[in-house]
Structure formats: structure tokens, C-alpha cells
Design a binder for this molecule. Structure first.
Ligand SMILES: N[C@@H](CCC(=O)N[C@@H](CS)C(=O)NCC(=O)O)C(=O)O
Length: 312
């Protein structure tokens, strides 16, 4: 039964298959790819059941996407590449699921989505590929399965290319200290921008929530402990009671069942409400404390009390 409250049109009779990289087997992290994670959450927000297809590297799906990138969503046999295009198709299948109430709200949602995919993604890529503190664990996680000879050469080469691109994008040009200073300033601004009620741009989940979540949550993995710590600090500062919150109401109203293969694989059985509900995707804390992802809205009353205390 459809429970999300969105009016479905053009719902595909075709099956949906998400082509992606391996599941890292970390609870609540379906993928190390922030773009794949974003699509997981978008499909779940829209109540669209899907199955997963994994490849060892993005090139495995090159026939489906000539740019060689993931994710690709197969709608029946039709490949839809690029997370933004996929979210647009989800919106077409389930109107309102990604664009909210439309008009200005939709415009805001897609602008924030672009901000997450470009600006926040720069920090995520820098944290994994450029930051010397994280590179050893990233290298192990990404490349350990390769034959020794390839492992000795490929990671370093790829790293130089990725860091070069980060410099060209001005993410890493002024060096690590400046990059992480800007990152912290961005987190401060996002936290101030977080709405007191509802979701990032309105009363329902939009593309903004899933996109911001994908990038910030991608920095909460053990691969990037310092960045994880930065996010956790904010989470801790807003941790609250288990009182009923909009997020909890949303969860009971809208949580879609996990796809069959996800239930089987375990680690992705985390509810979307941990991922996207309003307030601050990726910044504010979960009210229950039982959730590792910390995105659900805390009690507004407690936040206000905390803020008042800080100001005092
Ligand atoms: N704009 C694309 C970006 C996707 C992307 O960067 N995917 C990465 C995995 S996180 C990838 O496939 N990288 C391989 C490559 O760029 O060759 C989207 O939104 O889907």
C-alpha cells in the first residue's frame, strides 16, 4: 500500500534496479558513494521499491552510463544515469516526492541539491583523497581487494589526479587548514539555516534533504574520523530527549519498507527518518539516541532551551 501521502502518477510497472558500488557493511551507510546514498534515500522517501546491483568499480556499468559514473537507475531496461536525473525521474513518477509543494519551494530544493552535489561534495572528496589523516584508511577500504602490483601503483596515481582536480576547483588550492576552516564555517551556517519545523525547504522531504544528507553522512564514516567528529560535535550539542517529534511522526507515517535485498543484507535497514527529516539533514541529532546517523529532528523545545542557555 502506498503510504507516503504523495499522489502517484506514471508509477512504473517496470522494476527499479539501482546499480552501485559494494555495500560497505556499515550500519546506516548503504554506500561509500554519497550520490548512491542520496538515491537510496530518495527512492525510499518516494516509497518506490527497488533492488540493488553491485559492481566492483564504476566501470563495470560503463555500458549503462558512458561517463563511467554511478549511480545508474534501471527503470525496466532503461538506464537513467546521474543522481540528479534520477531524482527528477523519481519526482516524475511520484509528484511532490522531490520537489515538495512546487514553485519557489521546488526551486529552492533543487538549488540546495546542487549546492550539496557540488560544494559539500568537494569537502567529502577532499576528506577522503586529500587529507593525509584519512588517506591510509581510505586507501585500504577502496583498494585492498586489488592484486598487490596494481595496489602498489594505482591508488597513488588516482590520488594525484583527484587532488589535482580539487586544487583546480579551489577546494584544496589554499591547503588543508583553509579547506577545513571553510568546512567548519559551512557547517555553522547550515546549522543556523536549519528550519525549526518540517524539512529543509518545506513540510515534506525534497531533493534538498536527500542530497545534503548523502554528502554529510558520507563524512560520518570511519574513513574520515576528524570530519565525523565535527559532525558528531554538533549532534552532541543538540542531543535531546526521546519526546515525540515531527520526525518521529513522519517516520510512522512515511517509512517505506526496505527493499527485499536490503533487508537481507542488513546494514541498510536504517529508516529514512534518520536520514532526511527536517531541521538539519546531517547536522541535528536524533531524539532517540538509538540512531547512529543522527538526522532526525530533536525536540524543538529542548533546542530552544539549549540555545537560550548558550545565549545567556
Ligand atoms: N554527477 C554525478 C556524480 C556521480 C559520481 O561522482 N560518482 C562517483 C562515485 S561517488 C563515480 O562514479 N566516480 C567514478 C568516476 O568519476 O570515474 C551524479 O550526481 O550521479
Amino acid at each position: 500500500m502506498h503510504t507516503s501521502g504523495h499522489a502517484r502518477t506514471n508509477t512504473p510497472s517496470a522494476t527499479l534496479t539501482l546499480c552501485e558500488l559494494a555495500d560497505p557493511a556499515i550500519p546506516g551507510v548503504e554506500s561509500y558513494s554519497p550520490f548512491c546514498m542520496k538515491v537510496h534515500r530518495a527512492l525510499r522517501a518516494a516509497d518506490l521499491p527497488y533492488t540493488r546491483r553491485h559492481g566492483a568499480h564504476p566501470g563495470v556499468f560503463k555500458k549503462l552510463n558512458p561517463t563511467g559514473q554511478l549511480p545508474v537507475l534501471l527503470i525496466g531496461d532503461e538506464p537513467v544515469a546521474d543522481s540528479t536525473a534520477i531524482l527528477r525521474r523519481i519526482e516524475a513518477m511520484v509528484p511532490g516526492s522531490m520537489s515538495g509543494a512546487g514553485g519557489r519551494e521546488a526551486a529552492e530544493a533543487w538549488l540546495w541539491e546542487d549546492y550539496a552535489d557540488s560544494c559539500l561534495n568537494g569537502y567529502l572528496v577532499a576528506s577522503r583523497w586529500a587529507d593525509d589523516r584519512n588517506w591510509p584508511s581510505v586507501k585500504t577500504a577502496y583498494f585492498n581487494a586489488l592484486p598487490a602490483l596494481i595496489r602498489a601503483v594505482l591508488p597513488g596515481r588516482l590520488r594525484s589526479t583527484v587532488v589535482g582536480a580539487l586544487v583546480a576547483r579551489d577546494v584544496w588550492r589554499a591547503g588543508p587548514a583553509k579547506c577545513w576552516e571553510r568546512f567548519e564555517a559551512s557547517l555553522d551556517q547550515l546549522e543556523v539555516r536549519a528550519p525549526r519545523e518540517g524539512f529543509w525547504v518545506g513540510a515534506t522531504v525534497t531533493a534538498a534533504d536527500v542530497a545534503i544528507f548523502g554528502q554529510l553522512h558520507g563524512m560520518r564514516s570511519p574513513l574520515t574520523p576528524w570530519q565525523q567528529g565535527q559532525l558528531a560535535q554538533r549532534k552532541a550539542s543538540r542531543r535531546t530527549s526521546t519526546a515525540s517529534t515531527p520526525a518521529r511522526a513522519w517516520r510512522s507515517r512515511r517509512r517505506p519498507p526496505a527493499p527485499r535485498d536490503q533487508r537481507a543484507s542488513g546494514p541498510s535497514g536504517v529508516s529514512l527518518s534518520e536520514a532526511t527529516p527536517g531541521g538539519s539533514p546531517g547536522i541535528s541529532s536524533t531524539p532517540s539516541g538509538s540512531v547512529t546517523t543522527g538526522i532526525a529532528r530533536p525536540s524543538l523545545r529542548v533546542i530552544r532551551a539549549e540555545r537560550a542557555a548558550v545565549r545567556g
